[in-house]
Design a protein around this ligand. Sequence first.
Ligand code: GDP
Ligand code: MG
Length: 322
Amino acid sequence: MNAWVRDIRQRNRRAIARAITCLESGEERKRTALLEALYPYTGRAWVIGWTGPPGAGKSTLTDRMIRHLRKQGRTVGVIAVDPTSPFTGGALLGDRVRMTAHTLDEGVFIRSMGSRGSLGGLSRATGEAVRVLDAAGYDVIFVETVGVGQSEVDIMHLADTVALVVTPGAGDTIQVFKAGVMEIADLFVVNKADLDGARKLIAQLEEMLDIAKHDHVWRPPVVSTVSTRGQGMDRLWEALTAHRDFLEQSGEWNRRRLRRLRRELLAIMEERLHREIQSWLSRPEVATDLDRVERREIGPHQVADQWWGQIRGKSDGGDHSE
Ligand SMILES: Nc1nc2c(ncn2[C@@H]2O[C@H](COP(=O)(O)OP(=O)(O)O)[C@@H](O)[C@H]2O)c(=O)[nH]1
Ligand SMILES: [Mg+2]
């Protein structure tokens, strides 16, 4: 384990790839041991999330931003999450082809993750992969995800800064509203600004921001880009760093991270509790109680109270084998 952690911290790619695979599908004990061993070296990277509808240009944008950051000498880790496409799917293949330009660059690590093969959910696997890249010392970590469902919104909770990528064209603003990612966007990117309707979309977004309440005096900026041509990357980077400055100066940086840790701990506890309850339910007494409920001798809540009391009594009794 020590050699492995050392290799990860030296940004050995094979060690990093092996770690992410282990966290995605490895055995529980090994996973937690690895995470705990890496934990002291985490918390340094700036995690930036790119979300938005499929085809908005998130991967192209990510690729351009990598180039931008590499010119500044910053190292970049990327986790591309696409639950809508399986491993052999077009989108993922496209990402790989597009990003192969970086595969020889030691300062870049790119990993695609699909919903398959990750025990315990995609958002957990993503968070753990981010933690590996963080421990490996990448300055900036990009997380790319399709902004459609709750699990994608959950993934975005991992990020310090969330950029929502939208494009001109019918239905996009509606999609933004529907996705519920609105509330978590720190910044809007109107990509494909070379297409008709970009101005209108920007105006719509600004209008929407005028009426929206901004929590901590941060008004999300709207930046337009043409990522295929690398246009707007300077302004985008400026907007991102402005957000980071805001986070640090307002204390929101720490507050967000504390919230994230709380959420993570809650998830760990819930999972343990769930397992505890599952193993309790496999006891033969449970069937007897169930019969009594079925015969209307006792109500379900009363049984639940009894079970709960017994589960708690049991765990207070010192069974800490976990
Ligand atoms: N016209 C135009 N096309 C773009 C731009 N950015 C990306 N695209 C194209 O949009 C398509 C989807 O891009 P991709 O980065 O895979 O989108 P993702 O699904 O959000 O990751 C690709 O064919 C890109 O070449 C842009 O700024 N302008
Ligand atoms: Mg993509």
